[in-house]
Write a protein that binds this ligand. Structure first.
Ligand SMILES: [Zn+2]
Ligand SMILES: [Zn+2]
Length: 301
């Protein structure tokens, strides 16, 4: 799994940051998470192939998280897309987009499906053979949900140099699945432990933007590989964070620490901050393995 950050800003426009958007890539497909204004440009800049995009996840209906959506849909249509597109988001999103399509007389060449998410529940909303995606209820001024991405367990890895020459492909698959191969007398011919190694542990990633400090999410993200958590403000504006139902860098770090995640990335920075050293220091003083979200950077999970 890897994540490319397209936007790290919050609410008001900034010349140095784009609003929220990121792309998760699991080698089999890509998932767009939030789609603030300017996301299309960022997708082009990062050379992200939109033919691989089949699913979009919108956390909430504040503009900095979805104002880029109608533009992206229109462009996909102009590019003669035929592949279906699914958009997961809170109640109301479907209506907003449909009315824009209606009055611009845009008739789509592809099937667009909206899947309404319940932002108050932890629910599996997507699953294929490689990944499961569930909602993470957040606390914000409008219904808002984070997303938890969990890789499916992988098959065991074959130790190629140990494989006997006469082994059949279906037997290799049996070994990869962690099963032995027996002869007619039920005697083991090939022991899977001899020819394979443990698969890598499934990776886990959580996206939490926007939210007030909420310990309710901790139990769902225990020990995950990477947490992206919003950190709109610094400590000196902790009161403002509480009032607007946002987090400070310290809040994000406390969640990371309590959930014992492996790594924290903070983002969704207020446009009042140009330099982010202080934000990073505040978070690192609580949770050392914290990084700033940097636009156009890809992070391995
Ligand atoms: Zn926001
Ligand atoms: Zn918001």
């Amino acid at each position: 799994l890897k994540i490319t950050i397209l936007g790290t800003g919050s609410a008001t426009p900034s010349l140095i940051r784009n609003p929220s958007a990121q792309v998760l890539d699991d080698d089999h497909g890509i998932y767009l998470i939030d789609c603030g204004e300017g996301t299309q440009n960022q997708l082009i800049k990062n050379k992200i192939k939109l033919t691989k995009l089949k699913n979009i996840f919108i956390s909430h209906l504040h503009g900095d998280h979805y104002f880029g959506l109608i533009g992206l849909i229109s462009s996909l249509n102009l590019a003669q897309r035929n592949e279906p597109l699914n958009i997961f988001g809170p109640k109301g999103l479907s209506q907003i987009i449909q009315i824009q399509l209606k009055y611009s007389q845009t008739f789509l060449n592809f099937k667009l499906t909206f899947i309404e998410i319940d932002t108050y529940k932890v629910q599996n909303i997507f699953e294929n053979e490689h990944i499961t995606i569930s909602t993470l209820p957040l606390i914000h001024r409008v219904p808002c949900s984070g997303f938890l991405f969990i890789e499916k367990p992988k098959k065991r890895s074959i130790i190629a140099e140990k494989l006997p020459k006469k082994i059949e492909p279906h037997e290799i698959l049996t070994l990869k699945n962690g099963n032995n191969i027996y002869d007619l007398n039920n005697k083991i011919i090939y022991n899977f432990q001899e020819f394979t190694t443990e698969p890598p542990l499934p990776k886990k990633y959580a996206y939490c933007s926007d939210t007030a400090y909420s310990e309710a999410i901790i139990k769902h993200i225990i020990g995950i590989d990477l947490l992206y958590h919003e950190a709109t403000f610094r400590n000196d504006l902790a009161e403002r964070a509480k009032k607007t139902l946002h987090s400070t860098a310290s809040d994000a770090a406390k969640i990371a620490q309590k959930a014992e995640v492996k790594k924290l990335i903070i983002g969704h920075f207020s446009s009042r901050y140009h330099e982010l050293d202080v934000n990073l220091n505040e978070a690192q003083s609580i949770f050392e393995n914290t990084f700033l979200a940097i636009e156009n950077e890809t992070y391995n999970i």
